[in-house]
Write a protein that binds this ligand. Structure first.
Ligand code: AMP
Length: 589
């Protein structure tokens, strides 16, 4: 295993890496750093955001820069202002011990005056979006005459955004450029075209095959009719109480509308799109990073360069037109070795688009069940109970009130107290999901329509199976499907409508496969826990696709003897009913 100490780097950089606590170089760094530090050549690095690529080019730039020279030696071009700011921030951390180092970041969307000052202060390194850079060059605030190194970061995205001519103009005006380093998540013909025109013989380094998304991502899709899209989103959010995510829409208008609707309902979300001014976008990002927001509703362009490592969920409210864009979106989660979930809400017609994306990312997507009301309520009760179990209140905080609290509840039975607390906390959810409809699209019709569908036997019967393992066992939709297919020899495509709950899970299979699967799996263990399977109860009169689990696993959504509802507040959750202060309040101008 290569370590940072094996690289020949300036002492100040080694020190900064150690301060930052980086222990081992990431795969792209392992490949690129030895070459670029010792003997720079032109390179193409195929790597996505989150792979550590900023350090892969940033450390060599900082290593080679001459701090005694007062002109621009290195230029990093990037597609968005957010990314520019992050690159500057990241490189400043690496170069924090280098005295005399100046890194300027110049990008559009903010007044140019401050950047004019920064540009004239003789930075050795400039990080820029192409348009603003050209503006500064035209104003003669910057000169690229002595530029030696150019990095094109997220080159595919810059080209997608229409920066080709700007990039060409900039590269043509760099007479002393010695090396060009191009980083891109994907290798399109256009990217190759730029390389051919402006780079010397280059070497290619890639981490994983290009276009392949992170293997730690559980790709799930939920099929619903178009008019149920928003309701499905809501349900998925309610079903993921600890979510820290990005919801992608196709247009700025959708981002704004979806976000406003969610905010009105009390969710802690905010839009992020190009119609918002820079100040507002920066504010949104600050609130997102400090976890005041649990999700942002963003367009692809605005979300580029969001550098947040702990995103738990990416939700595609609409699939992107271009499958490659899907890889950019899903790559926002499962970064820095973590795992993540990418959920897509699709209409029945869009299932073919899912198949296309599956081919591109070379991973099977799991068709998951849109949870029903009881599932949501159950999930939130468990989440709340976990929060209570893990709370660490200050020892003395209730001293003042201890006697009066004690007196008031002295005669109340503990179970009743718990019941009331849960009720107060979750009554809106319980009410909202009282008689909620099944949002899964046309399941019954589909059963009738498909002649050769693998999902059912000759009688068209589909069977829902209960299994006694769930999230608490580290199960995810993908892991459950993997467990079933590896333990039996059934094909993954016969498993549908997977629902993973805390302690148990459900899935549908064709009637004639059910018995075989139950028999083969029942002797198996999942992480040392013996699994148990049984056919789940089918709700009478509910139609072919509407199933419920074994009765004892189903909490009642509400109670006949409800106490009088009062407003509740639960800030650990994405929704904080009756309290919108944490949510985004400002309306877009
Ligand atoms: P990037 O792909 O450059 O956006 O980097 C993603 C994140 O990984 C950033 O927050 C970096 O600070 C972090 N990072 C980069 N290299 C390493 C490393 N070798 N070890 C740990 N974290 C790293």
């Amino acid at each position: 295993m290569i370590s940072f100490s094996s690289f020949q780097m300036r002492e100040e950089l080694t020190q900064a890496i150690s301060d930052l606590g980086f222990e081992t170089p990431t795969p792209i760094q392992q490949k690129v750093l030895p070459q670029l530090l010792s003997e720079p050549i032109d390179i193409i690095g195929l790597a996505q955001t989150g792979t550590g690529k900023t350090a892969a080019y940033g450390l060599p730039l900082l290593h080679h820069v001459d701090l005694n020279l007062r002109h621009v030696q290195c230029l990093v071009l990037s597609p968005t202002r957010e990314l520019c700011m992050q690159i500057q921030e990241e490189m400043s951390k690496y170069g924090c011990h280098m005295r005399g180092l100046r890194i300027a970041a110049v990008y559009g969307g903010v007044p140019i005056s401050g950047q004019l000052r920064d540009a004239r202060a003789n930075p050795q390194i400039v990080v820029a979006t192409p348009g603003r850079l050209i503006d500064l060059l035209e104003r003669k605030a910057l000169s690229l005459d002595h530029l030696q190194y150019v990095v094109l970061d997220e080159a595919d995205e810059m080209l997608n955004m229409g920066f080709r001519e700007d990039i060409e103009l900039i590269l043509k005006n760099t007479p002393e450029r010695e090396h060009t380093w191009l980083f891109s998540a994907t290798m399109s013909n256009e990217v190759r075209g730029i390389a051919k025109r402006f780079m010397k013989e280059w070497q290619e380094f890639s981490v994983g095959a290009a276009n392949v998304t992170n293997a730690n991502i559980d790709h799930q899709y939920f099929v619903t009719n178009h008019h149920n899209r928003f309701e499905t989103l809501r349900r998925l959010l309610d079903f993921a109480p600890g979510i820290y995510g990005i919801i992608f829409t196709r247009t700025k208008q959708d981002a704004q509308e979806v976000s406003e609707k969610l905010m009105k309902m009390g969710y802690h979300v905010s839009p992020l799109h190009g119609d918002m001014d820079q100040k507002m976008r920066t504010k949104v990002m600050e609130r997102f990073k400090s976890r005041q927001l649990q999700a942002i509703v963003a367009t692809d362009v605005a979300a580029r360069g969001i550098d947040v490592n702990d995103i738990t969920h990416v939700i595609n409210y609409e699939l992107p037109d271009d499958p490659e864009v899907y890889t950019h979106r899903s790559g926002r989660t499962a970064r820095a070795g973590k795992s993540g979930i990418c959920m897509s809400i699709v209409s029945p017609k869009q299932i073919s688009n899912i198949r296309q994306i599956e081919k591109l990312v070379k991973q099977r997507f799991n068709k998951s069940d849109i949870p029903d009301g009881a599932d949501v309520v159950r999930k939130r009760i468990v989440f709340y109970m976990d929060q209570i179990a893990n709370a660490a209140p200050q020892p003395d905080f209730a001293k003042l009130y201890h006697d009066s609290i004690h007196e008031q509840f002295a005669d109340m039975d503990k179970d009743e107290l718990i019941r009331r607390l849960i009720w107060l906390q979750l009554k809106e959810t319980i009410d909202a999901y009282q008689d909620s409809e099944d949002l899964n699209a046309g399941f019954e019709n589909k059963l009738k329509d498909r002649n050769h569908d693998s999902m059912h036997d000759r009688s068209g019967r589909t069977v829902r199976i209960f299994i006694n393992i769930g999230e608490k066992d580290g199960l995810t939709t993908g892991k459950l499907v993997g467990f079933i297919t590896e333990s039996t020899d059934v094909e993954a495509n016969i498993i549908e409508r997977v629902t993973v709950r805390e302690l148990s899970s459900y899935f549908n299979v064709p009637g004639d496969a059910a018995e075989y699967i139950i028999e083969h799996l029942s002797s198996k263990k999942f992480k040392s826990r013996k699994v148990r399977l049984e056919i789940a109860e089918q709700r009478s009169g509910g139609g072919g696709g509407d199933f419920r689990g074994p009765r004892e696993d189903r909490p009642r959504a509400g109670s006949e003897n409800r106490p009088r509802p009062q407003s509740s507040r639960f800030t650990g959750d994405i929704r904080s009913y009756g309290n919108r202060e944490g949510g985004y309040k400002g309306k877009r101008k």
